[in-house]
Structure formats: structure tokens, C-alpha cells
Design a protein around this ligand. Sequence first.
Ligand code: AMP
Ligand code: MG
Length: 330
Amino acid sequence: MITRRSMLAGLASAIAVAGCTRAQSVEREWLIYTTLLKVRATAADQATANTCCQRVFDTIQTQGPDLYGFGDGELSRANTALSQGQSVELSDRLYDLLRRADVWRVASGGRFDPAVGGMVAAWGFDDLTRPQTGGVPDQAAIDRMIAATTTGYTFGGSRDLQSFDPAVRLDIGAIVKGALLAEAIAAVADNAVERLVVDLGGDVAVQSMAADDAFRVAVANPSGGPPSALLTMRSGEYVMTSGGYARYREIDGERYQHIIDPRSGWPVPPAAATVIGDDPVHADAAATALVVGGPKEFSAVCDAMGVDKALLIDNLGTHLTTASMRERLI
Ligand code: AMP
Ligand code: MG
């Protein structure tokens, strides 16, 4: 069993960097599961900057496990209850997140769908702590999961959740990083931090006390190598990226990546989507929906999901951008 302590695979030492005349910057890094968390805080003194970095890490480390479909956190326990035909009463936090996710499931036409968990598990991508095993699922298993995903779940009175099919399994891996970034930023809102950059595996939050402050953020290159784009971001914004290159497996020489089209039950072709917005959960859901939609559906999914700053890079390296995103490209 994974304990919270063992999630922390490594803790780099704090580096105090002399900033401009008075401000002090502190940079810290941690590995959480397979995700690198990098925090850079600038404050009047080093202790304040350091406390801010630590609070970001503590929030993400303690709040994460309840949102994963593996381990013994709240979502995992909810999935067990649903598989036994029981309804579950959720915490306010998980209930609110699933309600919001459900709005985007509908808006995205099912491209983003939290009920995709059974398919994600069938393809072996459900547990970040285990290497993926098994081959291509047989079509009957995929069809079974399509049926369960389509039938789905419903919210009852109070904070109840009920599935219509015991095979329904929820997976909010597509919005976990957005949710955790929002919570981490809220946790340091009362800190006297002048400037803050939180990079959670390439998904980035930026905050500054100076309203006209601008940040440069690099977007990872899906095929490795130098960043595929450099973006300007403003305080209070988040940049969320979803990409098959981040997690994939090879079966009989074919590469299958971890984002599944809930309509077919199959992993989608490699692509990477980046969305800038001031609601990280929304941007995160939209990035996943854009990868599922692929280049052909880029504009339609942007409209449906209500995002105006989006970039999609397909497997040939072609960039599709919205007009507002083009203004942010450096
Ligand atoms: P992201 O990198 O934000 O797109 O999140 C990918 C993760 O979301 C996967 O590892 C799965 O846990 C989950 N997932 C995969 N496909 C979908 C989908 N179509 N809708 C919602 N979640 C998905
Ligand atoms: Mg996402």
C-alpha cells in the first residue's frame, strides 16, 4: 500500500537566490508519484518564501490521494462502493469537483468523461504507482466499458452519487492537477508572497502582487527536445497541458497513450493540447477534451468548452492555435 510518506520520493534542498535589492526567491522541488513539483516563491524574506513553497507542497501532497482512482483515498473508496451497487455520500470537495466535471462532460460531447475509469483501467493506465501490464483489451471488454460509460452515473439528493451500472468507474485524473493547483494557490493566498510560480508536471500557476507582471512559460515538446512554444502568462492564470507523450505504453510495437476516447474505448492518436485560463480545472478538462477531439475538432471543442486560449500540436508537429493564444506566443 502506498503511504503518504512514500509518495515523497525526493526532496531537493531549498536554494535561496538573491533577488533584486530586497526580495528573496526560494526554489524547491519534490517528486510526487511520477510528477515533478517545482515551486518558486519570491517574498521580502527567505523564511516567508520558504513557508510558501512548503505550504504548496503540503497541500498537494495531502490533498492528492483522495482524488485518485487508485490507493485508498475517497474516490477509490467511492469506486468500490459503486461497483457493489451502493450509492455513496461524497465530501463537499469531491462532490463539487464531480458536479463541475459533469458539466464539462456534457459540454465536451463526452470527449472528457469522468466515467472513463473502466476504460483507463482496461488499458492499464489506472494506477500511477504500477507499471502498466497486459495487452490490448479484447473488443468485448471495450464494448462493455463503452456501455458502462454511456450509462454512467447520477447525483442524488444531498451529496449522493449513484451509478446505473456496477462497471462504472470514475477517474478524474484529467482534472486532478488543475484541482490541486487551485487548492495550493488558495492555501498560500494569505502569505505575503510577491511572486509565485507553481509547476506541477508542466501544468503551471502564476501569481504576482504586481498586476502588470508577465511570466514566460515553456510548453513541453511532445516529441522531446526543445520546448514547442513559449507563452506569456499573467498573474492569476494557469496553463494546463494534456498530452499522450506524458504517459503511454507499447504493445506489440504499437504505442498507446493514456488518453482514451470514451466514445470508442480506444486511446486517441498522439497530440498535445495546452489551454490558458483562470480556472485551472476547466482548462485541464478542456485540454483533455481537445486531445480527444484532435485537430479536426479543434475549433468545435474550443467553442463547446468555452476556451479562447488554446494550442493543439498533432503528431506531425502541426500547431493549431486560437487567435487569443497567438497573442500569447512569444
Ligand atoms: P490529462 O493529462 O489531463 O489529459 O489527464 C489524463 C488522465 O485522464 C488519464 O491518465 C486518465 O486517468 C484520464 N482520462 C483519460 N482519458 C480521459 C477522457 N477522455 N476523459 C476524462 N479523463 C480521461
Ligand atoms: Mg487534463
